[in-house]
Design a protein around this ligand. Structure first.
Ligand code: HEC
Length: 211
């Protein structure tokens, strides 16, 4: 479910951006007729796409929680919308290009977000190891959904970020914990954002993916 929504979001954002890029290019190149034609032809798909990526975006946001960069990204996108509308209505090239640049930089921010790991807030009812009903696997699941699900997918079969398929991993508990702690070629080290207990919890959870 999560994965399907994530892909829907990604695909609709990309098609939307691509169409938007074409519109900006046509405007800048003074191809008024072509622009009008394209805008007209794309009107309905544009409405469907924007509803789709906004709705999936909001849902994903509620699932993933926000980070500072993500909030900046959302603000940039929200500001760019009126700039784009005015830009295209008035045929103002500067505004159209500006809104395009804003959206592209928001996209860049999203990429940066992936590389630098920010500490995520985990539901305290799950992470309190002193609680009488503390469940290490549930704690691990919460951590996994906060830090890992993007790349490794909801069931451990690799996700959008192209992580390894955890369901077929041959690594031992300790080898996994070490890799998560110190990172590897394509995975950042998590020792700065997770303590030993948290790493044990997340490994306890991911070994349940193995069949
Ligand atoms: C940016 C994407 C990304 C994120 C986020 C990520 N991983 Fe990975 N992970 C990978 C990739 C790619 C590999 C395989 C290549 C490698 O080992 O470097 C991998 C490999 C692994 C492996 C080794 C699997 C094997 O058998 O080789 C484990 C275990 C693992 N990740 C767990 C996690 C956990 C737990 C988290 C969250 C705390 C996490 N990963 C977050 C991309 C990611």
């Amino acid at each position: 479910m999560y994965k399907a929504l994530f892909y829907t979001h990604l695909v609709s954002v990309n098609i939307f951006l691509f169409a938007y890029l074409i519109k900006t290019i046509l405007l800048v190149a003074n191809k008024k007729e072509a622009l009008a034609k394209f805008t007209k032809a794309f009107k309905v798909p544009e409405m469907i796409l924007s509803t789709l990526f906004l709705a999936t975006g909001i849902y994903l946001l509620m699932q993933m929680g926000t980070t500072k960069l993500l909030i900046i990204k959302i603000c940039v996108v929200l500001i760019s919308i009126p700039v784009a509308i005015v830009g295209f209505k008035k045929g103002n090239k500067v505004l159209a290009v500006l809104s395009m640049l804003m959206i592209i930089s928001a996209y860049g921010l999203a990429e940066m977000n992936k590389k630098r790991i920010e500490k995520q807030t985990i539901d305290p009812t799950l992470s309190d190891t002193n609680a009488f009903n503390y469940d290490i696997q549930k704690h691990g699941e919460a951590l996994y959904n906060a830090y890992c699900v993007n790349c490794h997918g909801a069931e451990g079969h690799n996700g959008v970020g192209g992580g390894a398929d955890l369901t077929i991993s041959k690594k031992s508990f300790k080898e996994m914990a070490d890799q998560i702690s110190s990172g590897s070629s394509s995975m950042a080290p998590y020792k700065n954002v997770m303590n030993e207990q948290e790493i044990s919890a997340v490994v306890t959870y991911i070994v349940t993916f193995k069949k």
